[in-house]
Design a protein. Structure first.
Length: 605
């Protein structure tokens, strides 16, 4: 019947294969020649660029725009209470400049701005965005009145495309409008005698800077700078945004360097980057922008924002940290940051998000797990010698630095190798499992992961390990040792006598060997009428100080039928404060496993 079914199946597959037509790839909406529709971005001509030889040596000024730019991009914007929670978390992290709202847009934004003004620490500057319109500027200044530090942020699209398509405005008209807005802000803030209690700063963004001719960006900013009158102590902020990412990050760096080397009174100018992520290069563009001369980075925690988002400030900051540069932001409890961001944004942080994602410090691959386990082992030895440098394969950042425990580093599924399970056992039980035992146990773990169709949790692996190797005789105890004594017969021979309990009966045992271990194995061989022999033995200290114990691992070779060539093996583990007792427990652990698995029958009397 089975043979007929297989033949029928083969005939069916053969007929089906003849009716399947070969699949050919065909362009539907995508063009075979996209150059007919899209042109490459014309990069600026820079012949003596400096930024490729620079390195980031200090943290920039940071601006969080989570509460403004980030909030406006949310399908379900934050409530006032959520904005308050987010605001205080940003302060806890260490942000000194926070763009909180667009106060002229709604009463809710105005009211929250007042809350921020009244609750911000004295060294935190509250920033608000406003369009270049008189009544909106007045409303914005009103919302910030009384702040210790405040920044008014105006903007105007300067790219040819936006000026032509959206505003129908010439370059000259754009400059005039930007200057008028700047003069009005100045009149209402730092030039107003009633506003002197506030340290007023000014930010101007030539919106779509990344798509704006470099010379025009410099020209309009020069006019704005002259209208504002910055000082070295309180420089004007020119935010040069990649409002839409239009080219590779090196092009953005060229644009930043061109601006930085052509704007006058550079010491009175703070160049700020605000990169979006349309091409997936927001982090790279920000980093290269810093190399090119930028002083400040604007973005959002974990990169929330319009379209593909703003630059991820966590990634930029921790990239610096892993290069030995303090970002001056405290992300040591990244889990609490994630919780606030997810709760307030109502958008999950992706599991593969750099540094913040749940899976970024996890290794499932066997080769990765083995390398990480070896790395941690060597790291401990280097620390004992006073070395502090972090060198662990696949982990550029110590998870503990951002509040993550090592239990999350290695997770085990059917793809994992020996190192993964061994790591779990090391972290949970403190046992540094011998290599041969690791190899054997990894097969057991893989089989179990396959059977349940998912990764195994740490406690599941630990319980499986204890059961497989009868850890310290906790699982199976057919033979219990009551007591024993080892006497020296001569220089090479030791004799062991003792008592064990089997099925409620006390039985005497006796055996000989060259030491306690071989003597105990011989005694149990005599008791069970089976030849047992030690195949592998290893031990190590467990813990430190007064709580140090010994862990012993024994693999026993046995043959239930002396006339058979078939040999079986079983590992066992014993733990005790005494090394000799740990070894004896390991032997009993192994023998009881063999009995439980049917390898040995107990004596009938």
């Amino acid at each position: 019947m089975v043979k007929q079914s297989l033949v029928s199946l083969a005939e069916h597959v053969s007929r089906a294969s003849k009716t399947i037509k070969p699949v050919t790839l065909a362009y539907k909406n995508m063009l075979k020649d996209p150059s007919t529709k899209y042109h490459p971005f014309p990069a600026p001509k820079i012949t003596n660029r400096k930024w490729p030889d620079n390195t980031i040596k200090k943290a920039p000024r940071w601006l969080s725009t989570d509460l403004r730019d980030g909030n406006q991009s949310l399908p379900d914007p934050m409530s006032v209470e959520q904005k308050k929670e987010y605001f205080h978390k940003l302060i806890d992290i260490g942000f000194k400049e926070i763009e909180v709202s667009f106060p002229s847009a709604s009463q809710t934004d105005f009211d929250f701005t007042r809350y921020a003004v009244e609750n911000a620490p004295d060294d935190v500057s509250i920033q608000c965005l406003v369009q270049s319109r008189e009544h909106l500027i007045k409303r914005t200044v009103e919302s910030l009145t009384g702040a210790k530090r405040a920044t008014i942020h105006t903007y105007l699209a300067t790219s040819d495309m936006f000026r032509d398509i959206v505003f129908n405005m010439s370059q000259e008209e754009a400059i005039q409008k930007a200057v008028e807005a700047t003069k009005l802000v100045r009149k209402l803030t730092k030039d107003d005698p009633t506003q002197q209690a506030t340290r007023w700063s000014y930010e101007f963004s030539p919106e779509c800077f990344s798509d704006t001719p470099g010379d025009f960006a410099v020209q309009i900013c020069e006019a704005v700078k002259e209208a504002w009158g910055p000082t070295v102590d309180n420089p004007i902020i020119f935010n040069l945004p990649a409002t839409v990412e239009v080219a590779t990050p090196n092009v953005y760096a060229d644009q930043i360097e061109y601006f930085a080397t052509h704007i006058s009174e550079r010491e009175k100018v703070c160049i700020s980057t605000h990169t979006h992520n349309d091409r997936g290069c927001g982090v790279a563009a920000s980093e290269l922008g810093l190399l090119a001369g930028a002083d400040r980075v604007e973005g959002c925690i974990f990169g929330n924002g319009e379209r593909t988002g703003n630059v991820d400030l966590v990634t930029v900051a921790l990239n610096m940290y892993t290069q030995g540069v303090s970002p001056n932001l405290d992300l040591s409890d990244i889990r609490s940051v994630i919780e606030v961001v997810e709760r307030c944004n109502k958008i999950p942080v992706p599991q593969r998000a750099p540094y913040g994602g749940d899976l970024v410090v996890c290794a499932f691959s066997g080769s990765h797990q083995d390398a990480i386990k070896k790395g941690f082992s060597l790291q401990e030895k280097r620390r004992a010698k006073g070395e502090t440098q972090w060198r662990i394969p696949y982990l550029p950042l110590d998870p503990k630095d951002i509040g993550r425990d090592y239990e999350a580093v290695i997770r085990v599924n059917s793809q994992s190798g020996k190192g993964g399970a061994a790591w779990i056992i090391l972290r949970s039980l403190g046992l540094d499992v011998p290599r041969n035992m690791q190899i054997q146990f990894s097969t057991t773990v893989q089989d179990n992961a396959d059977s349940v169709g998912r990764e195994l949790k740490a406690d599941e692996i630990t319980n499986l390990f204890k059961k497989t190797y009868n850890f310290n005789n906790e699982q199976y105890k057919s033979v219990s040792l009551i007591d024993y004594d080892v006497q020296k017969v001569n220089n090479e021979l030791r004799s062991l006598t003792g008592k064990v309990e089997i099925n409620g009966k006390v039985v005497e045992i006796q055996g000989n060997g060259n030491g306690p271990i071989s003597s105990m194995v011989d005694a149990l061989s005599n008791l069970l009428n089976v030849k047992l022999a030690v195949e592998n033995y290893t031990e190590h200290a467990l813990g430190s100080g007064s709580s140090t114990q010994a862990a012993s691992y024994i693999q026993i070779r046995y043959r239930t039928n002396e006339s058979s060539d078939e040999v079986s093996y079983q590992w066992g583990i014993g733990v005790s404060e005494d090394v000799g007792d740990a070894s004896v427990r390991a032997i009993l652990s192994t023998v009881n496993s063999i009995i439980h698995n049917g390898g040995i029958e107990l004596p009938s009397n």
